[in-house]
Design a protein around this ligand. Structure first.
Ligand code: LMR
Length: 416
């Protein structure tokens, strides 16, 4: 009889369960449209060429301190570069105005985007005690897990309208207007919403920012796809910068991941940024100290391997330019695969409308397939996607897109 008498069964993670199933599947034409990772047209991982170059330089340098402890807040040179990428400070002269802007941001290194989300959630749970956090319906399933573990009650705001397959802006606004309260947190996806691939327009972001300001709802951005979604760092962080620049009285925070845009998934590279209002920026050090207190009690400091690669790239103009090129390449392969899948479905005359596949943004498409159709895709065709119908477009290639489209066509016609 175990002493763990409080332990019950717990749901396992769908994304990583699916990954394992796919790995163990020996069917030659299997296709993984599950986990959000970039793949080449040959279905292979793609260590970015710029990352290989940076690794080589780091290896050649043989720095004596490369495996030393960093500070609890992480490698501060990396943290500052991460902040500059996110808020678009990078490469600019530090004017007095810009220095003042930077003073509003308290930043630390984290264990990638998940770690940044988690650190932010427990930091707010300790120091703000939000009455609830609003998550989009649907959202990345891990947001639920993270906020559940932080002990903050969760509520859902409408996001996706299955009838139109579009972003339900009116529904979102109506619920937040009626039920959002001062002291609530709202989780917002900075770009390339996971799982729907649907983002607010710039005009809609402005309305969301006004609502947060007026109702004193605290915005918590999850930025996992900056530069990966559109190929442009500026474009994919527009909403974060709008809130930051246009709402100087609003406090907010951002969980930043470098997993996708650097292809450094297993290296766990990320940062957390807490933005103070203009009038409270003298609290910056206290915020960092409190974050460090939480970090020290959990993992002491973020890992240094991946962040030294990012630092190497971001401190060299040529490497930075190469990185931008690599991001554009990833974004454009995904965009072309969206188009290829759409074209195939249209060619096959697959019942339904499929424009949403080309209209959605980023790594994923919310296909509209039912969980029964998803199950049939796996059983009959060895094509793996999440039961919500989310497909990771990067699992498509010129070699398998016809096969996958044919499989979609069959289940749409024959399975409800
Ligand atoms: C995904 O949503 O598939 C990725 O962000 C991987 C993950 O950590 O869930």
């Amino acid at each position: 009889m175990t002493i763990l008498n409080k332990m019950g069964p717990v749901a396992t993670d769908e994304i990583f369960d699916l990954n394992r199933e796919f790995f163990n599947d020996t069917y030659p034409e299997k296709a993984s449209l599950g986990v959000g990772v970039f793949r080449t047209n040959e279905g292979k991982p793609w260590p970015l060429p710029v990352v290989r170059e940076a690794e080589q330089r780091l290896f050649d340098e043989q720095s004596l301190s490369r495996h030393e402890y960093t500070a609890i807040e992480g490698d501060m040179a990396f943290v500052r570069l991460a902040r500059d990428v996110l808020f678009n400070f990078h490469g600019k002269e530090d004017s007095d105005a810009q220095k003042a802007e930077k003073e509003r941001i308290a930043s630390v290194q984290t264990v990638a985007g998940t770690g940044a989300n988690h650190l932010g959630a427990i930091f707010l749970a300790h120091n703000m005690k939000p009455s609830k956090v609003w998550l989009s319906d649907p959202s990345w399933a891990n947001h639920d897990t993270i906020w559940d573990q932080a002990g903050v009650p969760r509520a859902k705001y409408p996001y996706y309208n299955p009838a139109t397959r579009l972003f339900d802006f009116e529904g979102m606004m109506a619920v937040l207007e009626n039920e959002g309260q001062e002291g609530d947190v709202i989780l917002l996806h900075a770009s390339a919403h996971n799982p729907t691939g649907l983002d607010p327009t710039k005009e809609q972001w402005k309305v969301i920012a006004d609502l947060c300001e007026r109702k004193r709802i605290f915005p918590f951005f999850d930025s996992a796809y900056q530069g990966f979604a559109s190929g442009s760092l500026e474009e994919d962080s527009w909403a974060v910068r709008y809130f930051f620049n246009e709402k100087p009285h609003l406090e907010m925070c951002v969980a930043q991941s470098f997993s996708k845009n650097f292809g450094l998934y297993g290296q766990r590279v990320g940062a957390f940024h807490y933005v103070l209002s203009n009038s409270e920026k003298q609290l910056n050090r206290t915020v960092v100290d409190n974050l460090c207190h939480l970090i020290r009690g959990e993992f002491s400091m973020g890992p240094s391997g991946g962040c030294s690669i990012v630092k190497k790239v971001l401190t060299d103009e040529n490497l930075t330019a190469q990185w931008h090129e690599n991001m554009r390449e990833m974004a454009s392969r995904i965009q072309s695969m969206r188009r290829a899948l759409y074209d195939e479905l249209v060619r096959l005359g697959t019942p339904g409308t499929w424009e949403h596949i080309v209209q959605q943004n980023g790594m994923f498409s919310y296909t509209g397939l039912t969980s029964e159709q998803v199950q049939a895709l796996k059983e009959k065709y060895h094509v793996y996607l999440l039961k919500s119908g989310r497909a990771s477009i990067s699992g498509l290639s010129t070699n398998n897109v016809a096969y996958v489209a044919k499989a979609f066509d069959d289940v749409v016609r024959n399975v409800n």
